[in-house]
Write a protein that binds this ligand. Structure first.
Ligand SMILES: Cc1ncc(COP(=O)(O)O)c(C=O)c1O
Length: 470
């Protein structure tokens, strides 16, 4: 088969055999699919040899770029030893080393909290993260967290804490437990008959505040509403689950300063656990290792995935406190065991990749080098905020959203079917940049390793696309 026949065959076979996620396949079959064959640094290459800048880090996972030598080598080295063995009844070397490293990193931010905040001691005392439970992806890390939190209270002899409190516009994954605590109507409403009931608190979405208030004059009224719900219902609530600082898939909604810390304090006050879903925000994305670190918050359970392997292999970790772990200890016959586990849990290749990824953070001072890039992004956001159809710009670290509006004065949204975000994305693609929008929100989330020059080019192409399309 010649190269042209081979590329054509791949395109046809894709349409014939693959059902793509979050994709209207009726449209897909009429389009020319971009089929990726290679990657390097912050670029991906299609089967025709065209290079695109990876403006959304291969769906928010890539950290140090594609084909990062240290991660490539770590995986190859591990392949020569063993690729997979189960964590059910056995352990493996990379999984142990990674758990030790993760706990050190997580606790480092807790030590920092103790220094900075006199209330932190109380928080870290009841929330010292010490135990890693592995799974495979962000959704499973959330399922694990929900089941752990629910069963924790049962083991403590406190009955009735049968549900959760989550936020509108929340996204915690696509499995049914995660969808039950989700709040993105477009994705979640259809499944409502299958879901368990959860309390839904307002989203800290200042641009479209549910109460019609503006920040900081509102004095975080959304938090007060959450407190009302906890005051009335905490005896039935196992945990509050939250995406710290940024509701990512809900539209890159950045919460106002103090909100996250306020949630932690409410959880402590009303005796419910706090689950921080750092699947999207973790591993440097917001400018600190974990988003919780910005407000010196120590959750009771933390969910990690996406960037954990640098965007190489599926892996997730749900990290819990000793307090939670200890509640599951008992005699064999007591059935206090946490009955949960996946076939590829703690996969040695993925753990080896994650170890290499974390080493690079230290060796290359990734977080330090990120600061000027965040400044570049922020000054660009500031600049484009004056464009006639840019309603709101928001970011935390190298995680940004540009909300496009039809009418700026009244914040009138574009209709979903206008596909305005997609039009911008397609225009950018014609100019060598791959991005994927969230409805009317243009998402900017390149690998943390992106050079200043490439970042400026990425932003230029996106600005041109916004101007051309709106
Ligand atoms: C905050 C958050 N939690 C959970 C998930 C689900 O992760 P996964 O797609 O790996 O299942 C996502 C995915 O975008 C996410 O952003």
């Amino acid at each position: 088969m010649g190269i042209q026949d081979e590329t054509r065959h791949l395109e046809e076979a894709d349409k014939k055999y693959i059902w793509h996620p979050f994709t209207q396949m009726k449209e897909w079959v009429d389009e020319k699919p971009v089929v990726i064959s290679e990657g390097r640094d912050c670029f991906i290459k299609d089967i025709y040899g065209r290079w695109y800048m990876d403006g959304v880090s291969s769906i928010w996972v890539n950290i140090h770029g594609h084909r990062k030598k240290e991660i490539d080598d770590a995986i190859k080295e591990q392949i020569d030893k063993i690729s997979h063995s189960t964590m059910l009844g056995l352990s493996n070397v990379p999984a142990i080393k990674l758990a030790e490293k993760l706990i050190k990193i997580v606790q480092k931010s807790e030590v920092r909290s103790q220094k900075l905040d006199k209330n932190a001691e109380r928080r870290t005392l009841n929330a010292k993260l010490t135990k890693v439970f592995y799974s495979d992806n962000g959704s499973t890390s959330v399922e694990v967290a929900l089941k752990m939190a629910f069963q924790y209270w049962i083991h403590k002899g406190i009955g009735g804490k049968n549900t959760f409190l989550s936020l509108r516009n929340a996204y915690h994954g696509d499995t049914l437990g995660a969808v039950s605590v989700g709040g993105v109507e477009t994705f979640h409403k259809a499944f409502s008959p299958l879901l368990f009931k959860a309390y839904s608190a307002p989203s800290p979405y200042c641009y479209r505040c549910e109460a019609g208030l503006s920040c900081p004059g509102c004095k975080l009224a959304c938090l007060e509403r959450m407190e009302d719900m906890l005051r009335e219902n905490s005896s039935g609530i196992a945990a509050v689950i939250i995406e710290p600082l940024v509701q990512a898939a809900g539209g890159m909604i950045v919460s106002p300063t103090g909100y996250l810390k306020g949630v932690r304090d409410l959880c402590t006050k009303y005796n419910v656990l706090m689950i921080a879903d750092e699947v999207a925000t973790g591993f440097g994305r917001t400018g600190r290792m974990f988003a919780c670190g910005h407000e010196d918050v120590a959750p009771d359970i933390m969910c990690l995935s996406k960037g954990i392997t640098g965007g190489y292999l599926p892996l997730a970790a749900t990290i819990a406190t000793d307090e939670i772990f200890n509640a599951f200890l008992g005699e064999f016959r007591e059935l206090k065991t946490f009955f949960h586990g996946h076939s590829y849990t703690g996969n040695p290749l993925a753990c080896a990749a994650a170890l290499a990824c974390l080493d690079i953070f230290e060796k290359e001072e990734t977080l330090k080098k990120l600061q000027p890039k965040i400044q570049i992004l922020e000054s660009w956001l500031n600049e484009i905020s004056g464009l006639p159809h840019v309603g709101d710009v928001r970011n935390k670290g190298l995680m940004a959203g540009v909300e496009l509006v039809k009418g700026k004065q009244k914040k009138e949204p574009y209709a979903w079917e206008e596909k305005i975000g997609w039009k911008v994305a397609y225009h950018a693609r014609e100019n060598g940049v791959f991005i994927r929008p969230l409805g009317n929100v243009v998402v900017i989330m390149p690998p943390l390793s992106i050079s200043h020059e490439n970042l400026l080019q990425l932003l230029k192409v996106i600005k041109d696309a916004i101007i051309a399309v709106t």
